[in-house]
Design a protein around this ligand. Structure first.
Ligand code: IPE
Ligand code: IPE
Ligand code: MG
Length: 240
């Protein structure tokens, strides 16, 4: 669908912040009798395409779940494959999206990554520091519980009590709007330790597609579905 037609059909209700749990790369590859690493590569390429489409439609922030703290328990071979994918393609892929004025933030416990990868992420972040308004968060070695524990410890060390906004400001996503729409592919219906605090009022969209098959058309479908939700934030319809 043309961009303008979609925005019109959605009555302009485009989510400001979309977060994506890109799940199903492994099963997608297995079905094709290919190694899991191939699924991850195709998933990464698809993710870049989706980001381009989302920004084109007016989305301001995109958070992608690339690696969870729990994923660090996967076999070494798979992790090495994922790290190599980041080593070889991160700059090229993210550079393509970010050069259009998108600020990149790596969220998660980056110190758990090999040092050269930490460096790649820092450099990518630094090269986009001048951009404002549009942002990509790449969640690597990310766990929402870990994020919350870290935030609480920062507050404790400062000896400060925090309110809801204060706690938000200590999260990796500080300063950004909470996700309006969280999409999970791969048939599973769970959050797997993703953005537990920020997801308080997100609309949750679950797709049966394995991530590499989640096309731009599927994203359009999710956004249209989102535009039809009534977001009451606790109020009644009459109060809206
Ligand atoms: C999600 O795909 C990507 C990462 C966790 C890195 P999976 O690797 O979990 O794919 P499935 O769920 O095994 O199909
Ligand atoms: C969630 O997918 C993490 C990412 C997409 C990076 P998983 O495949 O790890 O989730 P679980 O373990 O099935 O819940
Ligand atoms: Mg999975």
């Amino acid at each position: 669908m043309q961009k303008e037609a979609l925005i019109k059909k959605a009555e302009g209700k485009i989510p400001r912040h979309i977060a994506i749990i890109m799940d199903g790369n492994g099963r997608w590859a297995k079905k094709r009798m290919m190694p899991r690493s191939y699924g991850h590569k195709m998933g990464m390429e698809r993710m870049i395409g989706l980001m381009e489409r989302a920004f084109e439609l007016g989305v301001e922030y995109i958070t992608v779940y690339a690696l969870s703290t729990e994923n660090l328990k996967r076999p070494k071979e798979e992790l090495d494959g994922l790290f190599n994918l980041f080593r070889n393609h991160f700059k090229q892929y993210f550079g393509r999206v970010c050069e259009r004025g998108v600020r990149l933030r790596a969220i998660g416990d980056i110190s758990l990554l090999p040092e050269d990868l930490q460096q790649i992420l820092h450099e990518a972040e630094e090269s986009t520091l001048q951009y404002e308004g549009k942002g990509i968060n790449v969640a690597v070695c990310y766990g929402a519980r870990d994020e919350l524990v870290r935030a609480v410890n920062i507050a404790v060390e400062k000896g400060e009590k925090v309110d809801e906004n204060g706690l938000s400001a200590l999260l990796y996503t500080s300063g950004q709007p909470d996700p309006d729409l969280i999409i999970r592919t791969g048939k599973e219906v769970r959050l797997s330790n993703f953005l537990l605090y920020q997801a308080a009022y997100a609309e949750l969209y679950f797709s049966e597609k394995m991530f590499p098959d989640f096309s731009d058309k599927e994203l359009d479908r999710a956004i249209l579905w989102f535009s039809k939700r009534t977001r009451r934030f606790g109020k009644t319809d009459e109060q809206l």
